[in-house]
Write a protein that binds this ligand. Structure first.
Ligand code: ASP
Length: 302
């Protein structure tokens, strides 16, 4: 593995290796014992062109927990504000010899483009609605730790699937690892094409949820829709919002997941967002650190 651009590029064996390494770091974070110098003398640049809380901060913390230094590039303070092109910016940063670039961009495939122009590994922190590989990896880590082996699970991915890189990366990973994957979305948010074969599709929660072990909700990506496409929040919640009662249609033991940020009262009811027994959302956030430590270790560790 030279870069991490998408789950699409990984074999089931490579995914397994990353998840095993992530599980190792999840345990290590509990005991406080790991090699804090794994990334000694390494410098990573975070290059985010879209807002982020979880991904940006957890990559930063993961790198620092392994002993790396992190340079946080920000578009507002960069020479791109003086009209420097994207490519010139990338070539300039490459001359400073970073050990890795972690990036998020609005354009489809931007990390692949960057990977073709730099000498260090590139890690995709989300590109357009194409892929968000570390989100799918941390979701898989969370499911394995909290529910069971991925191959035994039925996972319902629900909501704005059409505009979701999280849905794409998860669908690809879960299929590669042998899970049953359902896509549950209202017709106007159902994608025309799927990134992987063998997904079951449903247009209502009533049909799509029964028997699911995990219900993975997605945020409505208003920033990727045209004005006429944006649904009314209250109407959406009435038809597609997940409540505790609706989660119970999946099963009394089913869990809710969400990559965040959540729109409370839209795709998820408050009661469920705060339910400590049925929600894995806080655990997903926590799982971001060991997962990203694993990825950084495997790409640039000693
Ligand atoms: N945080 C996730 C992402 O960046 C999900 C979202 O924004 O809805 O893709």
């Amino acid at each position: 593995m030279k870069h991490l651009l998408g789950i699409e590029d990984l074999s089931a064996g490579e995914i397994r290796d990353i998840l095993d390494r992530a599980a190792y770091y999840a345990k290590s974070l509990e005991t406080g014992k790991w090699d804090h110098k794994t990334l000694d003398n390494k410098i990573v640049i975070t290059l985010f062109f879209e807002p982020s809380t979880r991904t940006l901060i957890s990559f930063d913390i993961a790198a620092k927990r392994l002993g790396a230094s992190v340079v946080n590039w920000q578009v507002e303070n960069s020479s791109m504000r003086k009209n420097e092109s994207f490519l010139d910016t990338i070539l300039t940063l490459n001359q400073m010899k970073p050990d890795a670039i972690i990036m998020r961009h609005v354009e489809f495939g931007a990390p692949n483009f960057v990977a073709g122009h730099v000498d260090c590994p590139v890690i995709n922190g989300g590109d357009s609605w194409r892929e968000h590989p570390t989100q799918a990896l941390l979701d898989a880590l969370t499911m394995e730790r909290e529910i069971g082996p991925i191959k035994d699970l039925t996972v319902a991915i629900c909501g704005d699937v059409a505009h979701s890189r999280v849905a794409n990366s998860n669908a690809i990973l879960l299929k590669k690892m042998g899970a049953n994957v359902r896509i549950v979305a209202p017709a106007f948010l159902m994608p025309q094409k799927f990134p992987v074969a063998g997904l079951e599709t449903f247009t209502s929660l009533e049909e799509g949820l029964p028997g699911a072990d995990a219900v993975m909700l997605l945020r409505i990506q208003k920033e990727r829709m045209k004005a006429g496409q944006i649904p009314d929040d209250a109407a959406y919640h009435k038809e597609f919002g997940l409540t505790l009662e609706r989660l119970n249609m999946a099963g009394r033991k089913a869990f809710v997941m969400h990559p965040g940020p959540m729109n409370r009262g839209v795709e998820i009811a408050d009661e469920l967002a705060d339910d400590r027994e049925r929600s894995l959302i806080a655990k997903q956030v926590a799982g971001g650190i060991p997962t990203r430590m694993a990825v950084l270790d495997m790409l640039i560790g000693k």
